[in-house]
Design a protein around this ligand. Sequence first.
Ligand code: SF4
Length: 432
Amino acid sequence: MIQRRPTRQITLGDDRVGFVSIGGGKDGTTPAPVSVQSMTTGYTHEIDTCVAEINRLAAAGADIVRVAVPGKNDTQALKEILPQVRVPIVADVHFHFGRALEAVEAGVHKIRLNPGNINDRKQVEEVIAACKAANGGKGIPIRIGVNEGSIVERKDKQKRMKELGGVFSDNKHGHFLAIMITKLEEYLDIFYGNDFYDIAISAKSPDPSLVIAAYTEVSKRFDHPLHLGVTHAGPRETAMIRSCVPMGHLLASGIGDTVRISYASDPVYEVEDALEMLYVLECRERKGVDLIACPTCGRIQVDLFTLVQEVRAKLADEISLPIKVAVMGCIVNGPGEAEGADVAIFAGNQRGIIYVQGEKVANVPEAEILDRLMQECVKFQDKVQRGDAKLGQKVVKIAPPDPIGELGSGFDKIAAGQVHAAPTDLTIGNTD
Ligand code: SF4
């Protein structure tokens, strides 16, 4: 289990959409599960489209959705959007502090401010006062987002930057870190001066190593919950790695309380990939199937890539429990993975053997694998729901089948001396 960094806790939402807490562990609070955020891509003032996009993101698993409010028509639209959605909504405000006031008045659940472009003390104080008074006096939180790209203002920071420059002198991002910490200290001073602590912080950049350095330094200095993100990360194909590597590193170190992956692609992918990242790190309890599959190699004798995609799509539709399913190409890793999975199939010569918690339940031709595997998954889910089986339990220890006998897979290679079968046990090397 990852030991999360204790932070203050913020909570956003209302009785209708529900409440989402971020961070925790201080002041008697328990750390909330790491939440997933995303952002709409359409115009907020196009109300029906915006509502549809928010609902799509929520259906994909987003806990919180952010919308841009560059114009008055956008903050006006919030009044009609909010009653039609089922997740807390954050208004993303840049340049015009008035948009923040209007969004608060419309009933938004949280405000994001950028110290790089809203930094007039009086204006910030007006936003703080509005957020404090919102929600019938209970207040709403504010995220302070110090993106690398927007911290261009460097005036009057020289002294503090010089001090911090020494602290960060061995860091290749030292100059940026010095500016960022200085900016945050100065900005937070306005909030603390107004007795406002309902704050989350983000420090995003497109540079993954800077993201790690920035959040690490912020986490050492401020006890507010952290919103992790790699900004402007690019299309999903490359941005997935660019985002999940630094965020995964931080989360595994206990840093990070809510995440937003940013893709130049459909934002539903942001939600799906963020959830998968949190599941594999065990930062969130998995919903739906945990699917593993082999990458295939020269031993494969079925069309595994197609099978895996079909299995994935069908499981997403039909299985809601976190059943571990393994789809393996041959006997090399098949039995081992089958033993560790609730439901497993390993393929042979255009056939597949299906196991449920270690017990062999079928040996079917390739054309029947998908349907039979799905039947077994649904049956197993029913059993778990009835209380007749438990996830992750080993019922039977698997004895791997004779590769020459039942499946025939491996025969040619064993005969050719490319792999070895011991007389009493199957000891074919793991080539993955
Ligand atoms: S050896 Fe591994 S990768 Fe190759 S088909 Fe068998 S299980 Fe898949």
